[in-house]
Design a protein around this ligand. Structure first.
Ligand SMILES: Nc1ccn([C@@H]2O[C@H](COP(=O)(O)OP(=O)(O)OP(=O)(O)O)[C@@H](O)[C@H]2O)c(=O)n1
Ligand SMILES: C[C@](O)(CO)[C@H](O)COP(=O)(O)O
Length: 257
């Protein structure tokens, strides 16, 4: 039996083994935690906008044939010009749509621009510009192998405390619990999904969440991890820019990237 004609089991939906892959890149955030300046995705890393690094990282996978960039609401024209100005793989199609008020809304708007033939959809933060292609491919492989939702994840270095959040910034916060660190993971992007599962998650979950996989969890469907990568970190605060430029400098030394 060919992979394509694999029977659909009674369990959660799964993408056909050779399903085409689209990537949605939400890039419509302001980057408030990074400090004043242009929208975060448009700020430069080593002279190139963060978004362009992120697009290159996803399009580096030979499996990704469509990239949908979700631009700042007033920025689609600028983003289209940026994509035109940079050499990108010819085997990949690029679409730009305007974003929304929240990450969740921006992802939903990007997902709506993915044609139905794409059975696998990746969602990748523009703010994680340096994710290695091996991580992208590991996520794709796990979805094509039948997982409805896949997240790259890393063990934590710090011990984590659950607290009663303070009402004023800087006030002491009572510690409520110390979850067992060995069972915790920090999750990254790209998160990968069987397309129908992701569409259903966005249609069903209305509460504000911080990642797409948690919406699938709310549907009661399984979410699995694959190993994440240190270089897939999220550029959130100013020090992250320093780290990102250092990673790029090391890559230039090692392989001329
Ligand atoms: N309305 C929004 C908010 C966020 N994002 C995107 O979601 C990703 C992860 O969000 P985050 O790192 O929190 O970015 P910002 O929202 O820009 O950061 P901040 O919270 O510091 O403003 C980023 O690529 C960001 O551009 C988006 O597309 N639309
Ligand atoms: C999706 C995410 O990158 C997974 O770690 C993260 O939840 C995004 O959070 P943010 O606060 O919107 O950056």
């Amino acid at each position: 039996m060919s992979d394509e004609s694999r029977p659909s089991p009674a369990g959660p939906p799964s993408a056909p083994a050779q399903a085409p892959v689209a990537a949605v890149i939400p890039a419509a955030g302001r980057g408030v935690r990074l400090g004043p300046g242009a929208p975060k995705a448009l700020r430069a890393l080593n002279g190139t906008p963060m978004l362009i690094h992120a697009v290159h990282s996803l399009a580096a996978s030979r499996h990704v044939s469509l990239v949908v960039v979700v631009a700042p609401v007033d920025g689609p024209t600028e983003v289209k010009s940026l994509l035109d100005a940079h050499a990108l793989p010819e085997r990949t199609d690029f679409v730009v749509v305007p974003g929304g008020e929240s990450r969740q809304e921006s992802v939903a708007l990007g997902l709506a621009a993915v044609p139905p033939e794409y059975g696998v959809v990746l969602v990748h933060d523009a703010a994680r510009p340096l994710v290695p292609v091996d991580t992208v491919d590991a996520v794709i492989e796990a979805v094509r192998d039948g997982a409805p939702a896949v997240v790259p994840a890393l063990p934590l270095a710090d011990t984590v405390k659950e607290v009663e959040p303070a009402t004023e910034p800087g006030a002491p916060e009572p510690v409520v619990a110390t979850p067992e660190r060995a069972r915790l993971r920090a999750v990254q992007t790209p998160q990968g999904f069987d397309r129908a599962t992701l569409v259903r998650a966005h249609e069903t979950v209305t509460e504000d969440v911080t990642d797409d996989a948690s919406m699938v969890e709310q549907l009661g469907l399984p979410v699995v991890t694959v190993p994440g990568h240190e270089e897939a970190f999220k550029v959130t605060r100013p020090l992250d820019l320093v780290l990102a430029e250092a990673v790029l400098a090391r890559r230039r030394l090692n392989d001329g990237y």
